[in-house]
Design a protein around this ligand. Structure first.
Ligand code: AMP
Ligand code: ZN
Length: 499
């Protein structure tokens, strides 16, 4: 039985999916006006872990994540740089996808962009107006919060208290047009200002409010109600509260059954955010840190707890990962060098430990994705195997259990998106691949594994743009260094043969 903490009920609940054996999940994506920081990355890594675990547990998971590619911040950045909002959004969408690949976050099944879904949003806004939940005012459309009595149910806020909290803002708000009837109301459609991207609508030229896109897209791609809605805890109010209000008011049915929120990544006990300026870009951190180490750091803390990021914690995570990888190397050595001698191992004990580690791993993860507890089980197994192996040479008869033990650890870490096989192989990658990535993709780092990923992305993008000369250059360059590329339905896969 899987139990998840639901922000809406403020309790751990037994998880049951709407459709038998299937889980439909929606996680709010980024607003693409800058590179993502490691706080953003934490949220995306946490939900990647949840998705991977649910798939591993046997569910068929449908995962949708939007890209907010029209927004005040994108427009401001475009104006600053003398570019169009679409150019800014495209650049940072591409960068976001590259960053996600670099930390091993799986692609969503569907990644809708707000600008490509405008007609569905206009339909939703119209339905809200028709049903009396929204009103037009000089080309803007606002959701009438007081018309929806359940407003505040997710964030556990009382509408009257919110109102008094906002009283001071009243005057200022009136200053920016005074179009709202009530300070609590929020825009579902915004009239276009000169020079802004806009679309034709029944209320004139304009663009969608931020919250409306997630209500429209999640219903379109997952149907209502769907199982899990996720995002960082900072999105509970107002974003998710507004998503619920729009969807439930318009369609009169439940929206999402379980609301999961990840805790904030902090620096010196303060939330990492672009506005505070205390942020580290994910791509900068990855120049000096293996992606597996970063994931290890993130998953050593429960996804709902705040996570303090520091150089010391990175070192601890690196040491923890090294304990595991050195054991998998030791196991491989024992397999490769086994002799026809009596076994030095207590096979029965190892078998028992493997079984209990797997069971306890599942038990911990079923309890609201307790990654720290689950990792603890892996470490218990690692310690016992280390103790038993010592410096001993193993027997040929031990080889099957050594292989199983190694595969078990690789599999369990794989559930966290920590690829021990890949990490091991990358150690052998030739450093020339970094120079190749620098030349062909502008990759600024030193990490050979990352360089290969950048080259594969570059080749894919080149093929899409029908730049076959560049695509061939990447393939041939990699080929010269010993990498073979195989195109699979999941994307390009690379195998490396040392030359
Ligand atoms: P944004 O592009 O600002 O909408 O953020 C994208 C995602 O990152 C959202 O799910 C946010 O909740 C999440 N996020 C932003 N800052 C942090 C942080 N410091 N720690 C964890 N998640 C964050
Ligand atoms: Zn959203």
């Amino acid at each position: 039985m899987i139990r998840v903490y639901n922000t809406q009920s403020r309790s751990k609940q037994e998880f049951t999916s709407v459709h038998h054996g299937e889980i439909r999940m929606y996680v709010c994506g980024p607003t693409v006006y800058n590179y993502i920081h490691i706080g953003n990355a934490r949220t995306f890594i946490c939900f990647d872990m949840i998705r991977r675990y649910l798939s591993w547990r046997g569910f068929k998971v449908a995962f949708v994540q939007n890209v907010t590619d029209v927004d005040d911040k994108i427009i401001a950045k475009a104006n600053e740089e003398g570019r169009t909002a679409a150019e800014v959004a495209e650049e940072y969408t591409r960068a976001f996808i590259d960053d996600m690949h670099a930390v091993g976050v799986l692609d969503p099944d569907i990644r809708p962009k707000a600008t490509e879904e405008i007609p569905d949003m206009i339909d939703l806004v119209q339905t809200l107006i028709d049903k009396g939940y929204a009103y037009e005012a000089e080309g803007d459309v606002y959701f009438d919060v007081r018309s929806f009595p359940e407003y505040g149910s997710l964030s556990h806020r009382d509408v009257d208290e919110m109102e008094s909290g906002h009283r001071d803002l009243r005057a200022a708000d009136a200053g920016i047009g005074g179009r709202k009837r009530d300070i609590l109301d929020f825009a579902v459609w915004k009239a276009a200002k000169p020079g802004e991207p806009s679309w034709d609508s029944p209320w004139g030229e304009g663009r969608p409010g931020w919250h409306i896109e997630c209500s429209a897209m999640s219903r379109k791609y997952l149907g209502l109600p769907f199982d899990i809605h996720g995002g960082g805890a900072d999105l509970v109010f107002p974003h998710h509260e507004n998503e619920i209000a729009q969807a439930e008011a318009a369609w009169g049915e439940g929206f999402a059954n379980y609301w999961l929120h990840s805790g904030m990544l902090q620096i010196d006990s303060e939330k990492m955010s672009k506005s505070l300026g205390n942020f580290l870009l994910l791509r900068d951190v990855l120049k000096t840190t293996e992606p597996e180490v970063l994931r290890m750091l993130m998953l050593q803390t429960h996804y709902r707890s705040p996570l303090d990021f520091s150089a010391e914690r990175l070192e601890e995570a690196s040491a923890a990962l090294e304990r595991i990888t050195s054991l998998t190397r030791r196991l491989q050595w024992a397999i490769d060098n086994a002799e026809d001698i009596p076994s030095p191992l207590d096979i029965r004990k190892i078998l028992g430990l493997m079984k209990s580690a797997r069971n306890e791993f599942i038990f911990a993860m079923d309890d609201d994705f307790n990654t720290a507890g689950a990792l603890g089980q892996v470490f218990t197994l690692v310690s016992e195997l280390n103790a038993q192996l010592g410096d001993a040479t193993c027997s040929i008869s031990d080889v099957p259990i050594l292989r199983d033990a190694r595969a078990e650890i690789v599999e369990l870490l794989g559930v966290f998106g920590i690829d021990l096989e890949g990490a091991g192989q990358a150690e052998d990658y030739p450093q020339e691949v970094v120079a190749l990535a620098k030349e062909l993709t502008g990759y600024p780092g030193e990490n050979a594994q990352k360089a290969v990923a950048m080259l594969l992305d570059c080749r894919q993008a080149a093929r899409k743009q029908r730049d076959f000369a560049l695509a061939d250059k990447v393939r041939d360059g990699l080929g010269d260094l010993g990498f073979a590329i195989e195109d699979t339905p999941q994307g390009a896969r690379v195998t490396y043969q040392k030359k």
